[in-house]
Design a protein. Structure first.
Lengths: 114, 111
């Protein structure tokens, strides 16, 4: 079974631009979560999608948004990039996170904002 | 406790030593407690998901316990090996699908 894939793996953007990151979950998994990891902060929850519906959102500004498609693939978008958005963005999939299944993480997208 | 807290922040042990880490989490609105191992240059890998008070889980030399009433979990590694070197993360599932992570315990096992 193929694992969770994320594209692109690395990205360099300029302040003010926008970016879209993609996540393809493990086949059959309907829950996709997104996390931001910055030095010293640990993994911060961004949002979780299940069957195309956002079930929960973390404490991030409205510049961070996401969506999930009918095939469970998910995208997250960050508009008007700031230097502080430089981070590793991880997605994780699960059959259903809310039912206490474990998550499987992708390799992450390393975003650098200059 | 409002956040998920892990201690110690880092740990350096010798091969063969046994060690344990602590994870403290809010006991209200609790659904599950996750443990992950995150090795450098790899993705976090799930170790355990525990839901019930008193749960104990084991995978090889690694085991974990859960106390939901007081809001803590322990992770034990028996006979540490260099390949156990990693950051160990715990995360509390609350609000049904919000997973809040601690900052992790970085373990280094020297041969």
């Amino acid at each position: 079974k193929a694992g969770v894939t994320q594209t692109p793996r690395y990205l360099i953007k300029t302040r003010g631009q926008q970016v879209t990151l993609s996540c393809s979950p493990i086949s059959g998994h309907r829950s996709v979560s997104w996390y931001q990891q910055t030095p010293g902060q640990g993994l911060q929850f961004l949002f979780e999608y299940f069957s195309e519906t956002q079930r929960n959102k973390g404490n991030f500004p409205g510049r961070f948004s996401g969506r999930q498609f009918s095939n469970s693939r998910s995208e997250m978008n960050v508009s008007t990039l700031e230097l502080g958005d430089s981070a590793l963005y991880l997605c994780a999939s699960s059959p259903d996170l809310g039912e206490s299944y474990e998550q499987y993480f992708g390799p992450g997208t390393r975003l650098t904002v200059t | 406790i409002l956040n998920v807290e892990q201690s110690p922040q880092s740990l350096h042990v010798q091969e063969g030593d046994s060690t344990n880490f602590t994870c403290s989490f809010p006991s209200s609105n609790f659904y599950a407690l996750h443990w992950y191992r995150w090795e450098t240059a790899k993705s976090p890998e799930a170790l355990f998901v525990m839901t019930l008070n008193g749960d104990e889980k084991k995978k090889g030399r690694i085991s974990a316990t859960l106390n939901t009433k007081e809001g803590y979990s322990y992770l034990y590694i028996k006979g540490s090996q260099p390949e156990d070197s990693a950051t160990y993360l715990c995360a509390s599932l609350s609000g049904y699908s919000t997973l809040t992570f601690g900052k992790g315990t970085m373990l280094l096992v020297s041969p």
